[in-house]
Design a protein around this ligand. Structure first.
Ligand code: TPP
Ligand code: SF4
Ligand code: MG
Length: 318
């Protein structure tokens, strides 16, 4: 979580790593990366107070392009890594990034239990409907009966609804963004980071190399038969209210969750923005109460951990 800054000290260059980017030209990942960096500018969080953790995939390369602490972990292991990092150093702003295959496929079990904990973290899922890095097989979010140019045949499985899944798992800030509307996505990510609790932002992301269904022209309503009408619309431009006013009121909580699930099922036009937000104690709050963590003296700053000789461990692994 971060507070709203008063003075602009950090600029976007402070969050950009000087490393060659090998995403395909026109990839939606560029929009998400820029929005993440701009959100950090907006919140003025020093880069050394941020850790970005990824899984495996095209999206998994994101931490390489960030001038922050970064950890490119294993496929489907964003949540366990984010959890360890946050508990070892609770004052860090910890951001998980990864693909739809990573979060909702191989990492689904971790995604579910991550939500139940309600750690104060932000998880941004790059949702392109495909396993892009491995040549575009259909991911858990590809619609039943559809086929991208990279798939041998139509998917016969039902698509998973990330927003509804996050809601029932217990994420306390659940949102959907669009990769190519960087300004709106920046605001959404900044709000997600500011939220005290587990945030899931599912970002609709174009993959021009493998996904010829959900392309930039399709999102802009420029394909034949769309009549110039974008399939996207913004919840904050309607009277939709995602926020729970009284988290102790179980009836209000269930009403807000139910309306969010119904919204997330809309498929003629896709809502963007915050579906649900509720502030309740975090996992760290409970652990601190039990005496298992001490925010004033985090594990990561303890002398004995910092100077520990890991040579025997590394030797055992070689
Ligand atoms: C345990 C494991 N299984 C499979 C793979 C192979 N693999 C690497 S990336 C990837 C797909 C990534 O898809 P997604 O998470 O949607 O990310 P994207 O590339 O679309 O950004 C797979 C299956 C792996 N690295 N590790
Ligand atoms: S394969 Fe798709 S997701 Fe991967 S870098 Fe290329 S356009 Fe982006
Ligand atoms: Mg993917």
């Amino acid at each position: 979580m971060a507070t709203t800054p008063t003075k602009v000290e950090f600029k976007i260059k402070d969050y950009k790593a000087d490393i060659h980017n090998d995403w395909c030209p026109g990839c939606g990942d560029f929009g998400i990366l820029t929005a993440l960096q701009m959100a950090l500018v907006k919140l003025q969080i020093p880069s050394h107070r941020v850790a970005v953790v990824s899984g495996i995939g095209c999206s998994g390369k994101t931490p390489h392009y960030m001038q922050t602490y970064a950890f490119h972990t294993l496929h489907g292991r964003v949540m366990p890594s984010v959890t360890g990092l946050k508990l070892a150093n609770p004052s860090l702003t910890v951001i998980g990034v990864g693909g739809d295959g990573d979060a909702y496929g191989i990492g689904a079990g971790h995604f579910v239990n991550g939500g139940r904990r309600n750690l104060d973290i932000t998880y941004i899922v790059f949702n392109n409907d495909v396993y892009a890095l491995t040549k575009g097989q259909g991911s858990p979010t590809i619609a039943q009966g559809t086929k991208t140019k990279s798939m041998a045949e139509e998917s016969i499985m039902q698509a998973l609804n990330p927003v509804a899944l996050a809601l029932v798992c217990g994420y306390t800030f659940v949102a959907r963004g669009y990769a190519l509307d960087v300004k709106t996505l920046t605001d959404l990510i900044a709000q997600g980071i500011r939220h005290r609790g587990s945030t899931l932002i599912d970002v609709l992301q174009t993959c021009p190399t493998y996904n010829d269904l959900h392309t930039k022209p399709w999102y802009e309503g420029k394909k034949p038969g769309q009549n110039g009408i974008s399939p996207l619309y913004r919840l904050d431009q309607t009277d939709y209210d995602p926020r729970v006013q009284d988290p102790a009121n179980r009836r209000e909580v269930s009403q807000k969750k139910t309306q969010a699930i119904l919204k997330s099922e809309e498929d003629e036009r896709l809502p963007l923005g915050i579906f649900y937000q509720c502030e309740i104690p975090t996992y760290e709050d409970y652990l601190e109460k039990k005496g298992h963590i001490d925010r004033a003296h985090p594990l990561a700053e303890r002398e004995d951990i910092f100077h520990r000789d890991v040579t025997p461990l590394l030797d055992a692994l070689t």
